[in-house]
Design a protein around this ligand. Sequence first.
Ligand SMILES: Nc1nc2c(ncn2[C@@H]2O[C@H](COP(=O)(O)OP(=O)(O)O)[C@@H](O)[C@H]2O)c(=O)[nH]1
Ligand SMILES: [Mg+2]
Length: 390
Amino acid sequence: MISYLIDEPFLALLHFNVIFIYKFTLIILSIGFMTDKSTSALHEKEGVSQPETTSKSSADKIKINRSKQPSVDEFVSHILKGDITYLSRAITLVESTNKKHQQKANNILERCLPHANKSVRIGITGVPGVGKSTFIESYGKYLTAKNSKVAVLAIDPTSSINKGSILGDKTRMEQLVTDANAFIRPSPSGTSLGGVAQKTRESIILCEAAGYDTIIIETVGVGQSETAVHSMVDFFLLLKISGAGDELQGIKRGIIEMSDAIVINKADGDNTKNASIAKVEFNRALHLYPPKESGWQPKVLTCSAIENKGIDTVDTMINEYLTLSKKNYYFAQRRNEQNKYWLLATIEQQLKDNFYNNTKVKDQLTKEIKKLEKGKITPFNAAKRLLDLK
Ligand SMILES: Nc1nc2c(ncn2[C@@H]2O[C@H](COP(=O)(O)OP(=O)(O)O)[C@@H](O)[C@H]2O)c(=O)[nH]1
Ligand SMILES: [Mg+2]
């Protein structure tokens, strides 16, 4: 009724003032409570000091045991028994830049090699946000429920530089991480993709020796790690979402060509129909690519990683591929080729590392670059001088 008599701006001002005074009073009252210890519920009596839970001698023992490096024999026997603690520590050695650690890691690897090679290695790629981690968790749980052991490794050469997570990134795989049949190892940090990829490959060997049946490798999907992952897996799966073109999804033609399957994720809710349409389109497009050496015709499937839908179909498809590629010997032949590739890649990496870590080279390189900038020398002569350094 009053609003008929008083104009609106005045009413708004009055309303504002009332709220302000109310909030101000509340603040004053709560400050009063906080400072007055006798009335505050937050007041605590001083506690009685508690005795130490571990004795000093046992704490020291734990420290020594932690810092003590197990021998190569100990490492190998525990890894072969599937001991996750030793597996993790061995991977840490593999990832170490310390020469002694690397030597030890190489000895462990050599001893584990005869026990490796029995798993199925699957690479998962796709742009950030497409649902790779969610898919791996869902597929991983599907496999462990069948009593299969799953190891998940990630290749992320940028993780040391770009620590921030990408939109809704689900890196932790909360459910799979607590699964006794699963082993999840986050990406080793490293600046060079070559280095990180080599470490991941070596970690695969250790995981296989530890009895993991399926090794899943997640790429960051920014267009560089795919080739490296492709060269270390048996099956390469490209995850996509419907509705965005290849350009928008940052997928290069080469990556589609490498893929053994395209799985359209997030086929749920309103997106279900679009995913089915995309499936038909991709299927048509895939037939335009040249046939694969493996004799396998790449498949297109849909799934919802979040709702665990279509995961069984993906598993059936992967098994079909394995049956075919083992029957026509492509599986073994490809692993052999991959070994050769990694032999050469490791030599290349080692040569480069040795070269750039040489202090003489470091000094001379700075000088040559300065001269080069002044236009005094040619890059070829500079390179020759550097390469000739002993
Ligand atoms: N609706 C729907 N969302 C999903 C699905 N899979 C993943 N997501 C969501 O997409 C976001 C990115 O997922 P993530 O697994 O981190 O993608 P990644 O960057 O490729 O590893 C997260 O918010 C997920 O919850 C799915 O099948 N359906
Ligand atoms: Mg991820």
